[in-house]
Design a protein around this ligand. Structure first.
Ligand code: DAK
Length: 258
């Protein structure tokens, strides 16, 4: 599939998706969602890709769902659109590879939700986050009503969703919505250097950590601890675990295979 609304590139073992639909500030219409889905399939199926960064071109990361497309939807059309979008975002969260959102500008509505589906968010000092759907007479539909409270807590999520107030990068970081804020011109370097550290580790261990954190957050603590126990036990079946532990004992850097 060729892409018209995003750019896809590989830098070594890291994929970079750049949302690129400047005339609508990278808003997610159906075609863009399909392309994002296809890009995720490439990342999933390419064993040479160990992690991915999602960013946006111009002044937006993603300015939300495409308001012109959805304005006159029927309830049935809205549901179909929502299902398609939620599936795409869930794939990011469920995929056994790490994702960093390099948030370069407006991450509003579906854009904030896309960033929240990623494992880590690095914000440029020009980034703006928010769930302004309430201003359109709707609520977040691509996971925001669930992922925002899980990230920043119920009270603050209620405030942002009920008021539709957008927050700049520094406030987003203070709330825990962004991991850190960096100068705009260093955003991709920062995202790339963090991802290079992550992909230098055992890919299997990173995958199990992602499962333990994401699945564990949605279950009770004792079931989650069972899951953690199972996953760390599985680590001991990997060559990477032997390499990691023996490299430490031999006082040399570990070289992981997965
Ligand atoms: N959709 C479509 N076009 C958009 C857009 C969007 N979300 N955001 C911006 N654009 C377009 C503008 O209409 C404008 O187009 P032209 O007039 O040039 O043709 C162009 O991008 C540049 O935008 P502005 O002229 O407005 O640029 P500014 O710098 O002045 O303002 C802004 C930037 C980001 C503050 C402003 O554009 C803005 O407020 N945009 C809307 C942000 C927003 O409300 N986003 C949340 C969208 S709601 C659903 C499930 C989920 C959802 C919806 C439905 N279903 C299940 C059905 C999710 C909803 C959302 O994400």
């Amino acid at each position: 599939m060729s892409f018209e609304n995003l750019l896809f590139e590989k830098q070594g073992n890291i994929a970079v998706i750049t949302m690129n639909r400047p005339k609508a500030l990278n808003a997610l219409n159906n075609d863009t969602l399909k392309e994002l889905d296809a890009a995720l399939t490439k990342i999933k199926e390419d064993a040479g890709i160990k992690g991915a960064i999602i960013t946006g071109s111009g002044k937006a990361f993603v300015a939300g769902a495409d308001i012109s497309q959805m304005a006159d939807y029927t309830s049935e059309q809205a549901r179909a659109y929502m299902e398609a979008a939620q599936e795409v975002f869930n794939r990011i969260e469920l995929m056994g590879k790490p994702f960093i959102a390099a948030v370069n500008g407006y991450a509003l509505g579906g854009g904030c939700e896309l960033a929240m589906a990623c494992d880590i968010r690095i914000a440029s000092d020009a980034a703006v986050f928010g769930q302004p759907e309430i201003n359109l007479g709707i609520i977040p539909g691509f996971g925001g009503s669930q992922r925002l409270p899980r990230l920043i807590g119920l009270g603050l999520a209620r405030e942002l969703i009920y008021t539709g107030r957008n927050v700049k990068a520094d406030e987003a970081a203070a709330l825990g919505l962004a991991n850190k804020v960096v100068p705009a011109d260093t955003l991709m370097d920062e995202a790339m250097s963090m991802m290079k550290i992550i992909v230098s580790k055992s890919g299997i261990a990173v995958r199990y950590a992602k499962i333990a954190i994401n699945r564990g957050a949605d279950t009770d603590i004792y079931k989650a601890l069972e899951l953690e126990k199972d996953l760390i036990s599985l680590c001991f079946a990997t060559e990477d675990q032997k390499e990691g532990c023996h490299a430490f004992l031999e006082k040399r850097p570990a070289v992981f295979k997965s």
